[in-house]
Design a protein around this ligand. Sequence first.
Ligand SMILES: Cc1cc2nc3c(=O)[nH]c(=O)nc-3n(C[C@H](O)[C@H](O)[C@H](O)COP(=O)(O)OP(=O)(O)OC[C@H]3O[C@@H](n4cnc5c(N)ncnc54)[C@H](O)[C@@H]3O)c2cc1C
Length: 430
Amino acid sequence: MTSSPRASHGGSPASLARDFGGLVHGAPARVARPSSAREVSLAFRSAGSDGLAVAVRGAGHSQSGHTVVRDGLVIDTSRLCGVMLREGDILEVGGGQPWGGVIDALHGTGLTVPVLTDSAFPTVGGTLSAGGFGAASVRFGAQVGHVERLEVVTPAGDLATCSRDVEPELFDAVRAGQGQFGVITRAWLRLRRCPSRIRYYHLRYVDMDRLADDVERLYADPRYGHLRLELRPHAGEALFRVGIEYEPPGPSPLELLLGLGCVEAQFAADADDIGRAGLLPDDQFPRQRFYPWRDWFLPWRALRRLLARPPVPLDVLPDELGWAGCFFIGSAHIDAPALVRPPGDRFFSYSVLPMFERRAEAVEARARLDVADRAIRDLGGCAYVSGATGYDASRWRAHFGEARHARLVRLQRAVDPAGLLRRPGLPFCA
Ligand SMILES: Cc1cc2nc3c(=O)[nH]c(=O)nc-3n(C[C@H](O)[C@H](O)[C@H](O)COP(=O)(O)OP(=O)(O)OC[C@H]3O[C@@H](n4cnc5c(N)ncnc54)[C@H](O)[C@@H]3O)c2cc1C
C-alpha cells in the first residue's frame, strides 16, 4: 500500500500567527514549506544566515505557543506527508502527515496504529513531539513507545536517522522533545494487528467510588481496549466511553456490562473502522476560539481523590463548552525518557479543556489553572506538555528533574549551536 494523502493544515503567514490555543500571537516574517529533508536543511541554514528564530509547525494543534515565532521563520511541515506500509507491519510515514490520512490508509488492512489521539488533525511529527495518548493507552501506552526509527533534520542542518540502536541519545530527545531538537521528516511506526470491528458503550456514573472500582475492573480486563472518561462535575456525573474490539459475533452486552456500578449503560456505536470510530467530532472544538488547555499525568493512587474532589475549581472546569476527563495509561510501552510521567506500571491523564469566545476570559482561566497546576503537583502529578504550561526556566528544570534537564539542554545546544529553536518559555532554554 502506498498513498500520499494531502496534508490540509498548511496556512497563510497570518494564520500561523496563532496556534490552536490562541493565547500566544506573533506573525512570522517567513514561512518555509519544505517537501524533503534536504529542503528542511536549507530552511534551517537560511534562517541561520539571516539571523531568524525558527518554529516548527505541524497542524498547530498545540496551545503553548511553541509553533508561533514573531518575525521569525516557521517551518510548516504540511508537505512532508505520505504513508507507506513496509514489511513486518512497519508504517513509513511523513513527519507532517496528519493522523487522519494514516487512519484512512490503514482502514481494512487488519492493521492499526497502537494508540491514536482524539483528533485526526494533528500530525505524526506533532504528536510524537508531545507523547501521543488516547483511549487505547490503557493497553498500549503512548505513541512515542511504538516508533522504530526517525529521520530528523537538526537545526544545524544535519540529517540523521536515529533509533534505539543508532544515535539513541537523539532518538530519546526527539520523542516527546517538543520540536526542540529538529524536524521529524519521516517516522517508521510499529503497527498492531486488530480485529475487524469495534463496539462502544457509554456508561453513566453518579457515584465516584463505584466509578473508581469499575476503572480498576476494566483496566484489569484486556477485552476493554479503549477507555475514555469524561468528567461532568457540574452535573454530578461522569460518562465512561468504553470500546471493545472484536471479531463477529463478539461478546454479548450482558457479558460485558453485568455487575458494573453505573446507573445507565447505553450502546453507542458499532463500526468497522477502529481508527475513525474513536475520534472526537471534528466540530467539537472550532478554530478561532481560545483554549487555555492543561493536561496532567497523575499517579494511579490519586485516582479516587481526583474523582471525589477535582483539584480544579468548579468555575474553571468546562460546563457545556469544552471537556474534562481522563485516559488510563499502561506504562509498559513507554520508553521515551523526555516524556515525564509518574512512576509505576500505570498512571492516568487528567485534561481540563475549556473553550472561550473571548481571549480575556481565557487568560483569566489560564491563571486559575496555574494555581491548579500546583495542587496537582502536590498530588504527585506532572504536566503533559501538549497544552500550555506557563513554565519558566526553573519550573522546566523541576519538571524534568535537574539531571535529565541538564542532559537534554546539553544535547539541544549540540544540535542547535546557533539557538535557532530556543526562545524564552520553551523547555530547554536554560
Ligand atoms: C482537539 C484536540 C484534541 C487533542 N487530543 C489529544 C489526545 O487525545 N491525546 C494527545 O496526546 N494529544 C491531544 N491533543 C494535543 C495534540 O496532539 C498535541 O498538541 C500535538 O503536539 C499537536 O500536533 P500538531 O501536528 O498540531 O503539532 P503542532 O501543534 O504544530 O506542534 C506541536 C509541537 O511539536 C513540534 N513539531 C510539530 N511537528 C514537528 C515535526 N515534524 N518534527 C519535530 N517537531 C515537530 C512543534 O514545534 C511543537 O513544539 C489534542 C489537541 C486538540 C486541539
